[in-house]
Design a protein around this ligand. Structure first.
Ligand code: NAD
Length: 507
């Protein structure tokens, strides 16, 4: 593209000009009638109005969800709920191209990556449909009693999601909540509500009864906070920033709500000199820059053994410079536009902080010349970053990666764990014993050895330290949306100490 070519900014055909709530099976405006404008990240010009939900709207949605919970959803046989979820997966697959186009337009994610996320969203539904049919309730046999566990859906689940991969993360919560028998109120991120606007027709078509699935649009501090404060919502599943997580935990404490908190990250990639360095390089570039670097599990701190450090930094910088930054809609684009001008300014701010702190800028650091407008940042690599620098410690959430040398295994573990976060970690080595040794010592909820982030949906997902509280994924998600109650049955006569038995003799 040349400088004189205008950026393509037309909203996708069929995209709604007004994005509404979905309550009790109907698309509705908010009670207040207020809206806010929604812009795309390439032109930053508004293309739609979004209904600004508030406490009254949340209350209507919770009332609808409670009605549907008690009105039959929780009592449906698992097979029946699974059938509906499978049809929802089919509906997502049938619309996967449209979903990807919406998502890419709204978030700035490259279209090829948005396509992958749309298919993953369908898999979320299919996976939890299968799981709920196969899931069992535990039984415990003891010499004199049998205990068995009853699973019961917890009620209305409040789901609050971020903007980075909106549709995928919404479905990652929706599918297990619905599978477990909860009804839901979803509050999508205010910067990226477009793809969620397709959910009502997908759900209705799949046979989800009215009121089981509700969406309240709006800003976090109003609509999200009202959902957290609502006494009719016993569980909140939240994905977003650690700072927001703290606010939500405080607000939820008054009601002793069940919480699942998937928070921020600053994940290390540890590259030992004995690794397959070509594969490690591919992993580092993809881990740092895929999804525009707006990824909770991004490998944003690359730690490289000193004997191979200089050469590795050179190769990483060369690869970063060659990453194709472009329009999100272009299938050749590898890094698109950052989601919002506010976020773009924040990421650019970190680039300036890194320079001021004395980190060595070896790639990127500013807007690519061929993209004069929009929230575009050239993939940025800082070398010689030390652990006291803010760019080493703070989550930047953009296409910016820091590289730091280490001397030996001990040093690598120390640097990797020198973070308040602990979401993911990546390890590259050909020494099997070392892989196990280091994996055992890393403070990270999820680790990948000689691989990038390939998820197995059955495994526990979540972070340690400031990266989260609780685990989702597989049966862990179902457990979160369920109350487990235990029934103990005596199988033999049980000796009961006879308190007060002396008194009976006198009668
Ligand atoms: P955010 O915390 O600003 O917002 C997340 C959601 O919370 C939005 O829907 C927002 O409207 C809502 N919200 C904001 N304030 C609220 C309040 N007071 N009460 C209730 N809801 C409120 O996060 P973001 O900027 O949208 O997303 C980026 C962050 O999400 C990053 O830190 C990233 O690491 C994290 N993230 C984590 C995971 C994970 O699985 N651990 C996955 C993706 C993103």
């Amino acid at each position: 593209m040349t400088l004189s070519e205008p950026l393509s900014i037309a909203a996708p055909a069929g995209a709604p000009a007004r994005i509404q709530h979905y309550i009790g099976g109907t698309m509705v405006d908010g009670v207040s009638g207020r809206t806010f404008p929604l812009a795309d990240p390439v032109s930053n010009r508004p293309y739609a109005e979004v209904t600004a939900g508030d406490a009254e709207d949340v209350d209507r949605a919770v009332t609808a969800a409670r009605g549907a919970f008690h009105g039959g959803w929780r009592d449906l046989p698992a097979r029946a709920r699974a059938g509906i979820l499978t049809r929802a997966a089919d509906g997502i697959e049938a619309r996967s191209e449209l979903l990807a186009v919406y998502e890419s337009f709204d978030t700035g994610l490259p279209i090829t990556q948005a396509r992958g996320q749309a298919l993953r969203a369908a898999e979320n539904f299919r996976f939890f449909a299968d799981l709920i049919v196969g899931i069992h309730e535990d039984a415990f046999r003891a010499p004199t009693q049998l205990g068995y566990v009853l699973r019961r859906a917890r009620g209305v689940a409040g789901l609050i999601t971020p903007w980075n991969t909106p549709f995928m993360l919404e479905t990652w919560k929706l599918a297990p909540a619905l599978a477990a028998g909860c009804t839901v109120v979803l509050k999508p991120a205010e910067w990226t509500p477009l793809s969620a606007s397709l959910l009502p027709e997908i759900m209705a078509e799949a046979g989800v009864p009215d009121g089981v699935f509700n969406v309240v649009q709006g800003v976090g501090e109003v609509a999200g906070a009202a959902l957290v404060a609502h006494p009719g919502v016993p569980v909140i599943s939240f994905t977003g920033e650690t700072a927001t997580g703290r606010v939500i935990m405080r607000a939820a404490a008054d009601h002793l709500k069940g919480l699942s908190m998937e928070l921020g990250g600053k994940s290390p990639v540890v590259v030992f000199a004995d690794a397959d360095l070509d594969a490690a390089l591919d992993g580092c570039v993809f881990g740092a820059f895929s999804l525009n670097g707006e990824r909770c599990t991004a490998g944003s701190r690359v730690l490289v053994e000193r004997t191979t450090y200089a050469r590795f930094v050179e190769r990483l910088a060369a690869r970063a410079r060659a990453v194709r930054v472009g329009l999100p809609s272009d299938p050749g684009t590898e890094v698109g536009a950052l989601v919002h001008p506010e976020h773009y300014e924040r990421v650019l701010g970190y680039v300036e902080i890194g320079k001021r702190e004395g980190a060595r800028l070896v790639a990127g650091g500013g807007r690519p010349d061929h993209l004069p407008e929009g929230n575009f940042l050239a993939p940025t690599v800082f070398a010689d970053v030390t652990p006291t620098m803010r760019v080493f410690q703070e989550e930047i959430f953009g296409p910016v990666v820091c590289v730091t040398p280490f001397d030996d295994e001990e040093d690598a573990v120390r640097l990797a764990n020198d973070s308040r976060y602990g979401l993911a970690a990546y390890l590259w080595t050909s020494d099997l014993s070392r892989a196990h040794r280091v994996a055992e010592r890393l403070d990270a909820g999820m680790q990948w050895v000689n691989s990038h982030n390939v998820r197995d949906l059955r495994t526990p997902f979540g972070g340690v330290k400031a990266s989260g509280v609780g685990r989702e994924g597989g049966v862990h998600s179902i457990d979160f949306y369920s109350e487990l109650r235990t029934v103990h049955i005596a199988t033999e006569e049980t000796h009961v100490p006879r308190f007060g038995a002396d008194g009976e003799r006198g009668d």
